[in-house]
Design a protein around this ligand. Structure first.
Ligand code: FES
Ligand SMILES: [Fe+2]
Length: 351
């Protein structure tokens, strides 16, 4: 079923708001250590921190005293202490301690906004919309993150462009042209497309360079002469507001979005390579399989960084071309992108 099409003919996809009633990824788990971390999600400054049990909390990044950034402070037990005068804010966003309170003074009655936040599958997921809806929506799962048969690598995408340019790049497999020898596949053809108000699934058929079924298989990524082409399905999905893809049986990639503002997008690109074909490995003790998984963690990071650099260059040029001439309309031939734009528009206008 197609998402309803808006009657608003003036709607501009490059200015579209992101729908806040979803779980967004604001950081990798490893980035939030003992110090608070300041992040921005759709123009909302947020301070993330871990309490004494390691539990993640998210507060508006503004001290109720004089509105400086709470993320410049430090964590004291379960409280977030402001750097300026040392006020301490508890996990519910209330002022719990002022170091210079006089004997007859009461703690100020202030409330810092808190956000629903979860740590799941290696990342910090935050729900910036109506908190009452948070329990009705599930974050997109990444089951491969902890699975022993999948090796993860990830990199950050940080681009001065609207999120629509990044998701269109990810859904348009015809841009393999840009990556040339870096890409694991070539010759993609869009075969079918499904669309609802929450997601777009595009099924391409592609020529895949390699399978991970021999120890040396990975070297095909780096040495083009070793590659043997074979057809494989290449499925890409916009599971609003994130993206996931699958190439054959051995590769999966996720892109976890954090739209910062209408002209700035951050996202984590997470790549998984399968060890499913190595049956002897699965009979080995769990501790050893965990060791192999951990040792190989981030082995594809350099490759991802190279791809991302090429993509960012293109989508930032698109953003600049739009800013120079917002009324110019590109000539789009890929039907998947029509569906992607319809979904962005539907989500932006959804009450
Ligand atoms: S501004 Fe934060 S304690 Fe004064
Ligand atoms: Fe790309």
């Amino acid at each position: 079923m197609n998402a309803p099409i808006s009657a608003n003919v003036n709607f501009d996809i490059r200015q579209a708001a992101t729908n806040l009633n979803h779980w967004y990824v604001v950081a990798a788990s490893a980035e939030v250590k003992t110090q608070p971390l300041g992040v921005t999600l759709w123009q909302r400054a947020i301070a993330l921190y871990r309490d004494s049990q390691g539990q993640i909390h998210a507060l508006e990044d503004a001290c109720p005293h004089r509105y400086v950034k709470l993320s410049d402070g430090c964590v004291v037990g379960n409280y977030l202490e402001c750097a300026y005068h040392g006020w301490q804010i508890n996990t519910q966003g209330q002022c719990a301690h002022v170091p210079y309170l006089e004997p007859r003074q009461k703690l100020p009655n202030c409330q810092v906004k808190t956000y629903p936040v979860k740590e799941q599958d290696g990342f910090i997921w935050l729900f910036p919309g109506d908190s009452a809806l948070a329990s009705q929506v599930e974050p997109m799962g990444i089951p491969e993150w902890d699975h022993l048969n999948w090796i993860a690598s990830y990199t950050l995408i940080d681009t001065r462009s609207h999120f629509s340019y990044l998701i269109e790049n990810l859904m348009d497999m015809y841009h393999g042209h840009l990556h040339d020898n870096w890409q694991a596949w070539s010759g993609a053809v869009l075969e079918s497309l499904e669309e609802t108000g929450d997601r777009v699934d595009a099924h391409y058929q592609a020529q895949n360079y390699y399978r991970i079924n021999q120890i040396w298989s990975v070297s095909q990524l780096f040495i083009p002469a070793l590659r043997q082409l074979h057809p494989d399905p290449l499925d890409v999905s916009y599971v609003y507001p994130h993206w996931r893809s699958r190439l054959g049986d051995d590769f999966k990639i996720y892109c976890l979005f954090c739209p910062v503002s209408p002209r700035h997008t951050r996202a984590y690109l997470v790549h998984f390579t399968s060890l499913n074909a190595f049956h002897r490995l699965h009979k080995l003790p769990l501790w050893f399989r965990r060791f192999v998984k951990n040792r190989m963690f981030n082995s594809a990071k350099k490759l991802l960084e190279g791809l991302v650099e090429q993509d960012i260059r293109m989508i930032e040029q698109e953003q600049q071309a739009y800013l120079a001439n917002p009324h110019q309309r590109p000539h789009e031939l890929n039907r998947a992108l029509v569906s992607v734009q319809r979904l962005i528009r539907y989500q932006a206008e959804k009450p």
